[in-house]
Design a protein around this ligand. Sequence first.
Ligand SMILES: NC(=O)c1ccc[n+]([C@@H]2O[C@H](COP(=O)([O-])OP(=O)(O)OC[C@H]3O[C@@H](n4cnc5c(N)ncnc54)[C@H](O)[C@@H]3O)[C@@H](O)[C@H]2O)c1
Length: 365
Amino acid sequence: MKKLRIAIIGTGGIAHAHMRAYAQMEDVEIVAGSDLIPGKARAFLDEFGLTDAKDYENTQTMLDEMKPDAVSVCTYNSTHAECTIQALRAGCHVLLEKPMTVHLDEALEIMKAEKEAGKIVTIGFQPRYDSRMRKIKEVVDSGVLGKIYYIQTGGGRRRGIPGSTFIEKDLAGVGALADIGCYALDMVLNAIGYPKPLTVSASAYDYFGKNPKYTPEADAKRFSVDDFSAAFIRLEGGITLDFRMSWAMHMNTTGATIILGTDAGLRIEPANPESLWGGAWDGSCGDVTLFHDQFGTPTYTPVPLTDQGEDRFYLKVRSFVDAILEGKPAPIPTSQIIYNQAIIDGIIRSSESGHEVAVELPENL
Ligand SMILES: NC(=O)c1ccc[n+]([C@@H]2O[C@H](COP(=O)([O-])OP(=O)(O)OC[C@H]3O[C@@H](n4cnc5c(N)ncnc54)[C@H](O)[C@@H]3O)[C@@H](O)[C@H]2O)c1
């Protein structure tokens, strides 16, 4: 059997989850890994017993010499675009970690390179493979809500500022907003079919990240991203999206996700009111309830949900491999996630400028 030849770009934290998934597949072979930090790619490959796989500090050299069929881009956000475009130009399919990029123009460059290369780029939103997230989409897709006009989503953590490369603007680009906010956005936007964002009015804050009372002093000194942001977003079709996301705040939760329609409303409770929100990285959520009228009387119906314990990381990587082997489109395509990215970019621009901004996207994406 001819195996799909894969390389890993960026061998830090999340690369391990990609490797654990690839390691279970008989039809793929990890041929190389690259990381800017000397010795890091070698140590990573050795950790998985891949002594024959080649390690590189320079990603372009790896792509030129090893000519992989596909790559996982697991670098910090600020190098997502650069690495993805390099890989596409080298003829590779790409599984790119979330968020797609930091800025919208980088994401559009990826889409251009993807078209030119004729390869697929899929974005690593593993909650898409969770049965609870699929059930929420199934409820919305059934049409039971009628015309959807208002969504409130987000939430986040009471205390949960990460360290590492997540808190530096040069590396992560954005903080809570893109680290975990992109999941809440994906949960609701995917459920309603990813309508185009039109305008964004937002504010972002860093009161906890920069304060040594709440963040270790060394981290507080280098903290240069948002730890809380709030936004009011207008979507095509007359839909309002009210969004907020936190890494730290003096509150247990900012509330449930609600989707209001002309025939019914859907309420998605946070998984844990002290820390997690509906649609978090692990696809978790609390009770989901449909509010509707029956025989003229307002009532509600619980939506039966179960955590089926799927290996979401495996499924996200497997769906990428299957799409390549079967010549299918990207499972989580850039044509959807560009709107998620456009909102993140709009929140950055609006919070920096202090006023509402328009989302400008090319006509033919
Ligand atoms: N899907 C998830 O659940 C999940 C979880 C954590 C992180 N992530 C995402 O994964 C990405 C990486 O996060 P992480 O925690 O692994 O970060 P990390 O800092 O641990 O690892 C990133 C690595 O990329 C390397 N790197 C950066 N630019 C490079 C380049 N041009 N070529 C080669 N190597 C390069 C860095 O040296 C670093 O070792 C982020 O975008 C993050 O949002 C996703």
